[in-house]
Design a protein around this ligand. Structure first.
Ligand SMILES: Cc1cc2nc3c(=O)[nH]c(=O)nc-3n(C[C@H](O)[C@H](O)[C@H](O)COP(=O)(O)OP(=O)(O)OC[C@H]3O[C@@H](n4cnc5c(N)ncnc54)[C@H](O)[C@@H]3O)c2cc1C
Ligand code: FES
Length: 283
């Protein structure tokens, strides 16, 4: 748990970034606590809003000196639409940082970062840290189409090893991020793969990375209600170090997990061998 704070944060800027909106918030007391993979939860509307649940967003950047955090928002439904209508000078109700971040880079390692759409948002600061520590990095950034890619220029500022994929072929290789993954791991000698994107992508990336002998860490985006570990709406079946599978809260123990421990094909189900499944009525 990242010791989150609850504040009203001033919107300093909302600017378009392809299909997304980049929101910079003044967040005193929060920016210095953020690690790559943490997320923020924004309330939508005022105290009388019918939208009771906060909306979760990965923290893309944090600047302790400026006391700012940056989020990347895709318009999805009513909540994100309303948040993206905000203007500089408005304020939002913010809880952050939340969740368990990615493991920090251990010395000068070689890492491959695989992002789907805005999934690159939490990966770019981690890649920056890896380079600062003398490591080397590569990226595969994919999306449905060119306008839904995020962070390609920022990735190219860190490394020439950036591959782009789009489902419709409007930029880079036509296909999904998994298409060049095995070759890319071999080409840069990646010891570790960090991934963020849709669940199906994370499952596939985990399988390929593990087969290539790389460690793999994934930031999941599981629908969540409270965001602080109370409601159990965000649980995933995860195999513990003792070999026992349990439901684990993606808002507190996650959203960053060792991908090989998540039972991807059982997400959304109650596996019969899960610890406590019998108490849930599963035989
Ligand atoms: C850990 C985490 C990190 C995320 N990071 C980002 C990010 O960096 N950028 C970004 O644009 N989006 C991100 N999302 C998804 C974002 O939270 C949803 O798009 C948003 O909640 C949708 O709200 P809405 O009112 O616009 O859509 P609606 O579909 O109207 O939402 C209705 C309800 O469903 C929930 N919901 C809908 N889609 C999702 C979803 N994909 N994940 C979780 N809850 C959902 C909402 O919280 C809300 O309670 C993240 C989600 C999680 C869990
Ligand atoms: S969202 Fe409530 S426990 Fe995770």
């Amino acid at each position: 748990m990242a010791h989150p704070q609850h504040i009203r944060a001033e919107i300093l800027e909302i600017s378009p970034a392809g299909a997304y909106g980049r929101m910079v918030l003044r967040a005193p007391g929060i920016a210095a606590r953020v690690r790559p993979g943490h997320f923020a939860a924004l309330a939508v509307g005022g105290p009388d809003s019918a939208m009771l649940l906060r909306r979760a967003f990965f923290i893309h950047g944090s600047d302790p000196a400026e006391e700012t955090v940056t989020l990347v928002l895709a318009e999805s439904g009513r909540g994100t639409r309303e948040l993206l209508r905000g203007r500089a000078g408005d304020s939002v109700d913010l809880v952050a940082p939340l969740g368990t971040a990615f493991p920090q880079p251990a010395g000068a390692m070689t890492a491959l970062f695989v992002g789907g759409g805005y999934g690159s948002a939490p990966l770019l600061p981690l890649a920056g840290q890896t380079v600062e520590q003398g490591g080397s990095v590569g990226f595969i950034l994919g999306a449905a189409g060119a306008d839904r890619l995020y962070g390609v220029d920022a990735a190219r500022r860190l490394t020439p090893d950036v591959l782009v994929t789009t489902d419709d072929g409007s930029a880079g290789i036509k296909g999904q991020v998994t298409l060049p993954l095995a070759e890319a791991i071999k080409a840069i000698g990646a010891e570790v793969v960090y991934a963020c994107g849709p669940m199906a992508m994370l499952a596939a990336v985990t399988g390929i990375a593990a087969a290539e002998g790389a460690r793999v860490f994934c930031a999941v985006e599981e629908a969540m209600a409270c965001g602080v570990g109370v409601c159990m709406s965000c649980v995933l079946p995860v195999v513990g170090e003792d070999g026992v599978s349990r439901f684990v809260r993606s808002c507190v123990e996650g959203p960053c997990f060792d991908g090989t421990r998540v039972r991807w094909s059982d997400v959304g189900t109650i596996p019969a061998d899960l610890h406590g499944a019998a108490a849930m009525g599963v035989r």
